[in-house]
Ligand binder design. Sequence first.
Ligand code: ZN
Length: 258
Amino acid sequence: MSDKYGTVLLFYTGIVVLVLLMASGIERYQNRFSSVNQNIDTQPESDISIQQNVNVQPKQDYSVNQKIDTQLDQHIPRIALTFDDGPSYYTEELLDGLKERDVPASFFLVGSNIDGRDRIVVRMYEEGHLIGNHTYDHVQLTALPEKVACEQVTKTQERIREITGYSTVFVRPPYGLWPKKMEYCVTMIPVLWNIDSQDWTTSNVDGIVNKVVDSARDGGIILMHDCYDSSVQAALQIVDKLKTQGYRFVTVDELLCE
Ligand code: ZN
């Protein structure tokens, strides 16, 4: 073998080695490039899973909110404002104030006070207040013969039904005295009270407000009278103060029928 042939062979061998090395380098480069692509391709999938987590999140928050709402519902104290002896000259102003505050109350009407104020009774009914019976002439039922006592209740009952079409089952006996024998002639639910404003003893609005607000409690039934200007002013202030304290005002049946 001549030196020339040997040199040529070495040259071609070198080229082959070089080509192989280059090919190997390109392959490695391609492998690395494709693995980067794979990483890029897989990225959106993990993004989707993150988005899925984000989408799921509100559902979890909603259920937490529901739990909180339910807990709040269970802990809202309820209280009922009740007014005896009306309707009177002052009742409409009270109804205006209650409507403005979106608060229902319970009115126990004296039958003989209804004449000429039918429209006020209709308004009470239409605005969602509870209407109850407080006898026709504001009598002490326990001091009357059974027949007369029954008439005192049924006569007022008829007046209320005549005006509103509503037949009330609630009665507040004057002085809180409900004779057992009454149960034989009228089927009614006597409604007493557990917070006495004693508003009929004073015209001091602040005094009435403080007395009631200091005695307020969950399930409270407040006794007031809508036949005094001071009582009407006090009642509206009581609503504002107790609402600020978190109380919800309800009609008295909501506290009794549980
Ligand atoms: Zn009364």
